[in-house]
Design a protein around this ligand. Sequence first.
Ligand code: G
Ligand code: G
Ligand code: MN
Ligand code: NA
Length: 254
Amino acid sequence: ASMETALSRALEQREFELYYQPQIDREGGLLGAEVLLRWIPEPGKPVSPAEFIPLAEDTGLIVPLGYWVLETACLQLRAWQQQCPERGFSLAVNISARQFHQHDFIRRLQEIIERSGADPCGLKLELTESVVLDDIAGVIEKIDGLRRLGLGFSMDDFGTGYSSLSYLKRLPLDQLKIDTSFVRDLAHSANDLAIVRAIIAMGHSLNLHVIAEGVETAEQKVYLERYGCDAYQGYLFGRPMAAREFESRFIVAA
Ligand code: G
Ligand code: G
Ligand code: MN
Ligand code: NA
């Protein structure tokens, strides 16, 4: 319960921070970043969301926390869009199922975007397969509503959940994210290589942009490139980092 108490106070005590991890295209150009939440209850000791998101989900804190993430990300997006107006730049935000299913999610997100002044075309939402476990018609309607505002959608951790190809063909998505677990042994496992090839081919035949995550080695990138993967994210290109570092390395330098 002590972590629960600490977590429930963390939002008002401003203990959360957003980190940004670069997403790179085939030519090595910057596409944008994935926004990754960190809880920093003590200076220099960030706690991974893998540890506190499940707790935040159970307690319901994920909803106000998720709006804080969206608000902060949209303000950052506006700043970076202004610094490089000539090039498209997107931020990808992870949305938990519980948040996505809030009845007023579209309206509140629209307000957040308008207040921030960001161009919504630069905002992408990463959903996991758990979002679409039930009520696929409702999910499609919600995605369509947000797409009309200009937002993009990515299916995160693809292949690790209860993936069903029948929902994949119905969902109005823009991108598939190949999960880290398939990328890790890509260069040494014939099975993983076959799976990655199949995901890329299937994604392309459904007109989806395909990005691989967890790309750590040049060797992994060579295979992904060969099979037509459109974009990469991983330690090879940059770890998740604070906004200031991301800005000096990827926005100002470009
Ligand atoms: O590095 P990484 O430890 O950042 O993230 C661990 C997990 O936490 C990933 O599955 C990621 O999708 C999830 N995650 C990171 N940031 C957020 C966030 O802002 N909201 C939600 N719901 N999940 C997040
Ligand atoms: O949202 P998602 O579940 O995809 O979260 C991405 C997770 O992958 C985060 O925890 C992030 O820190 C982690 N990550 C990002 N790049 C790499 C990488 O190159 N290798 C590994 N092992 N993990 C990574
Ligand atoms: Mn993600
Ligand atoms: Na993922």
